[in-house]
Design a protein around this ligand. Sequence first.
Ligand code: GAR
Length: 221
Amino acid sequence: MTQKDKTNTAILISGTGSNMEALIKAAQNPDYPAKISLVISNRPKAKGVETARKLGIKVEVIDHKSFETREAFDQTLTNCLEAHNIELVCNAGFMRLLTKEFVTHWHNRQLNIHPSLLPAFKGLNTHERALQADVKITGCTVHFVRNDMDSGPIIAQAAIPILPNDTALTLKQRVLEVEHQLYPEALKLVASGNIRVVNENALISKTYEAAAPLFSLPLSR
Ligand code: GAR
């Protein structure tokens, strides 16, 4: 696949950027249908900024604190994304609520990953709440972004069992491991044109064979 056939993709981060790193590394495969050409962080000191630079990806820091309104911040994000001809946006631990205008502008072109089996446990402290609720299975979800937080058509999910000795920390680490497998697969599906949104459902093309493992990811590599 030539560089110009690939979907031009940006990643938005606020912190560690381990999902970002998984996406960048997956996209290094010459056959991967997306090209990661930009990372934007809203926090200047996010660890992911350094990681992305080391991996040779262009990074822009747009510090939300230097904007008076959410609208002004989001408009600057869109301007930056458009200046780089971005077609798809992947939120990867991007911890800012986005305005309706931004979400509408990037409709079906913006993905998010959340560390639960949505619609369960939207928002923060996901793993603590999963443990408190005593659910036996948790996991992660990649979805298209809509106005309500952590909602939108579900592209892919992966499940893992909650083990008797799990703490919020062990659970977070085990869910992150599957996030790093799921997000690259989900971006691949979208970037290769194998997802269509119909009546707010994300439908996977029947011919896309690689979709099957998304629902039963192995616990470890
Ligand atoms: C990930 O677990 C991601 O699912 C979560 O933040 C973490 C970021 O880690 N996102 C959300 O909770 C969004 N609602 P990372 O920076 O190492 O990718």
